[in-house]
Design a protein around this ligand. Structure first.
Ligand code: GDP
Ligand code: MG
Length: 687
């Protein structure tokens, strides 16, 4: 049970109990308990120790040795840790398992392996073997702790332990080609060194024993030639008796401590080659995985373990990187979905992406490179597919916005009369495409296969449709304007010539018509030049102008030949001949005057006008006006023009029945004049 409370060695930091969870925030932790279960709290403990983000900038040391040889005492002295030490007074066995502490003032994790002396007590060696595997897979240095009097006892428990360590190490690193970077330091600490036998002699004895053990190992055939020094560096040190020479003991411990803490010490123990290259943030999971393999007696394959660790950690790191990224991406999803063009979306997306990647790279790049790269590609995929809808949405919105602006620019450009349609379209189109291209390119992530060209193509088509519609509207407007002008100009000559009925009346009208129309057509063409219309469109427009001009002429003629109007004209004509003499002086009838003859003459002359009005028929056939033969098929959405019409039929102004009707009505009018004339002679006689 981990001890609660604050230990004086704890980096001077005092933790508030409120911040503690399940006791795991203690400065030491039992990572493997007596039931050989691995703790679930190591990860958070490493974080509490402040080592989680250390990368490779940390070290791990483990201690091995027989029970009650002062291992925990040594570690506490060297590293300022607080491992349990056997109580002197009742000599109770301390808790078994593997404990871990952070060294005071060093980025070092220290493992205290509390085993049993299986050999001496006849207990199982299972734990010892597992602990050795576990420690070798993670530690840079194994401190082998032994009494001076154990040196040379080749058959002793220590030698059994070392045999186990060697065997296990062969299994772990035996096949490794790279012995220069896969080494472990065995640091022998000889306790209760009396001094009569010099350390050099003790080292010699131990080295000889180690060689014997190594040679006695049954090695696989391909590893027969491997030497102990291919895998291990050996170092020996001795400490005086703690009870008999306490001051010397303390001084010895201090000297040894500086070999761990002082990088400038020429005997500094932590060499890069010893490091197992597990990033600090993966140590807990790695150890847990190793222990699980060890526990289930599976073959411990370190490269596989490292790859598994890399997969697990890279996934974790990626999902942390993604979490923040997703929040950022989400912030712009709504505006994009709502149809907004988000300004600087591309640079936002690039920021989120590079932030996520650098978060991932910072932590994950320390792991197995293949795994790191593979997971990075996955992460990139997720990032890009998260951002892709934003990009596509932005394009759609940009497309819409550009089209709206294009329409507005067209309207604004066509305000007033002094504009050139083609220039207005060209300017608006250029502005539209430029903006789209710029903003679409801004939104694109350059390391993707995203494209916006298709969307631009769609936009172009719609812009063209709008421009075409505007052009059609403009054409229609110009046709209407031309039509109005022609109509206005036709009015006077038609009235004039129809009033003074003469045999060449129609020649005059048609000539005037021809002239006005030609002028109208010319004006139309000059104004329509900026529409960039096709030849065919111009031909069609002119045909419409012509047809409508003809209809205008016809309606003016109809107006001037309406019953009352034409009867008025006839009456005027008749009166001029019957009531006035050839000098334009009003006629005063005398009884001897031939009223009957004059009346008949004026009446018949007047009636002769009716056939003249009845049909548009110039006396000079060359003045005859003909409409283009396809005039009837033209269309400019104009119902008036679309109506089927028969040109020959439009030449007829008054039908036979109409003429009969008009002549009988005129006769009645004329009769009235006759009666009035007769009456005036009677009254003059009566005077
Ligand atoms: P561990 O079981 O190997 O971890 O040993 P402990 O550190 O718990 O110590 C076991 C006993 O040995 C304790 O009573 C210690 O006081 C005592 N002890 C510690 N260091 C030394 C030493 O250097 N020499 C001797 N003779 N006794 C020691
Ligand atoms: Mg102990």
């Amino acid at each position: 049970i981990p001890r609660e409370g604050i230990h004086p060695y704890m980096n001077g930091k005092i933790r508030s109990p409120a911040g503690q969870a399940n006791g795991s925030t203690n400065d030491r932790i039992q990572i493997v308990d007596e039931q050989k279960n691995f703790t679930t709290d190591l990860s958070s403990q490493i974080e509490q120790w402040g080592l989680r983000d250390a990368g490779f900038g940390y070290n791990i040391v483990a201690v091995f040795g027989s029970q009650s040889t002062g291992k925990s005492t040594l570690l506490n002295g060297l590293f300022g840790t607080n491992f349990d030490v056997m109580d002197e007074t009742n000599r109770r066995q301390t808790t078994k398992g593997i404990w871990m502490c952070r060294a005071k003032g060093m980025d070092v994790m220290v493992m205290d392996v509390e085993g049993t002396d299986g050999r001496e007590r006849g207990e199982d060696q299972d734990f010892e073997r597992k602990a050795a595997l576990f420690s070798l897979a993670s530690s840079e240095i194994l401190i082998i702790n032994l009494w001076e009097h154990q040196v040379g006892l080749y058959q002793g428990a220590n030698m059994g332990l070392l045999k186990t360590v060697f065997e296990v190490n062969l299994g772990l690193f035996g096949k490794s080609q790279d012995s220069a970077s896969q080494r472990t330091l065995l640091l022998f600490v000889i306790r209760d060194h009396i001094g009569t036998t010099p350390l050099a002699n003790l080292s010699g004895t131990l080295t000889a024993d180690l060689s014997k053990i190594w040679d006695g190992l049954s090695k696989p055939a391909e590893l027969q030639d491997r030497k102990l020094s291919d895998y291990f560096d050996l170092s020996f040190t001795a400490l005086p008796h703690k009870i008999l020479a306490p001051e010397k003991f303390v001084a010895g411990v201090q000297t040894l401590r500086s070999r761990f803490s002082d990088k400038d010490n020429e005997d500094f123990v932590f060499k890069p080659a010893y490091h197992k290259r597990i990033p600090a943030d993966g140590v807990a999971i790695y150890m847990e995985g190793i222990w699980e393999q060890v526990q289930t007696n599976k073959d411990l394959d370190l490269p596989t373990q490292q790859e598994l660790l890399a997969q697990f950690r890279c996934d974790e790191i990626a999902s942390v990187a993604l979490a923040e990224f997703s929040e950022q991406a989400k912030s712009q999803r709504r505006p994009v979905e709502a149809g907004r063009v988000v300004e600087g979306l591309g640079s936002l997306m690039r920021d989120w992406k590079s932030q996520a990647l650098s978060r991932y790279d910072r932590d994950a790049s320390r792991y197995h490179q293949d795994v790191y790269k593979r997971k990075r590609a996955d992460l990139l995929g997720v990032i890009d597919s998260t951002l892709s809808p934003l990009f596509l949405g932005q394009l759609k919105n940009l497309h819409k916005s550009c089209l709206v602006t294009f329409k507005k620019d067209m309207v604004a450009g066509m305000r007033g009369d002094a504009y050139n349609f083609a220039d207005v379209v060209a300017a608006a189109r250029e502005k539209c495409e430029k903006r789209f291209t710029q903003e679409a390119e801004e939104a694109r992530l350059h390391d993707t296969d995203w494209v916006w060209e298709d969307e631009l193509e769609l936009l172009r088509e719609e812009v063209k449709a709008v421009a075409d519609q505007c052009r059609a509207d403009e054409t229609k407007k110009l046709i209407n304007l031309t039509d109005r002008n022609i109509r206005k100009q036709l009015s006077e000559p038609v009235e004039l010539h129809l009033n003074t009925a003469s045999p060449d009346m129609w020649d005059k009208i048609l000539n005037a018509y021809k002239e006005i129309l030609e002028k109208g057509e010319a004006t139309y063409l000059s104004k329509a030049r900026s529409f960039n219309c096709t030849e065919e469109e111009n031909t069609r427009a002119l045909a419409t102008v012509r047809k409508r001009a003809w209809l205008a002429l016809r309606s003016k003629i109809d107006e001037q030949t309406a019953d009352t109007v034409i009867l008025g004209k006839l009456r005027t004509h008749f009166e001029e001949r019957f009531r006035y003499d050839e000098h334009g002086v009003p006629q005063v009838w005398k009884p001897e005057d031939d009223i009957d003859g004059a009346f008949k003459k004026a009446r018949d002359q007047t009636l002769e006008l009716l056939p003249l009005y009845a049909k548009i028929a110039p006396s000079d056939p060359s003045a005859a006006y003909e409409l283009p033969s396809d005039a009837g098929t033209l269309s400019l959405d104009d119902a008036q023009v679309d109506e089927e019409f028969d040109f020959a039929a439009t030449l007829l102004v008054l039908s036979e029945t109409k003429i009969m009707d008009l002549s009988s009505r005129f006769r009645k009018d004329a009769d009235a004049y006759y009666v009035e004339a007769k009456r005036s002679t009677v009254s003059s006689i009566a005077q």
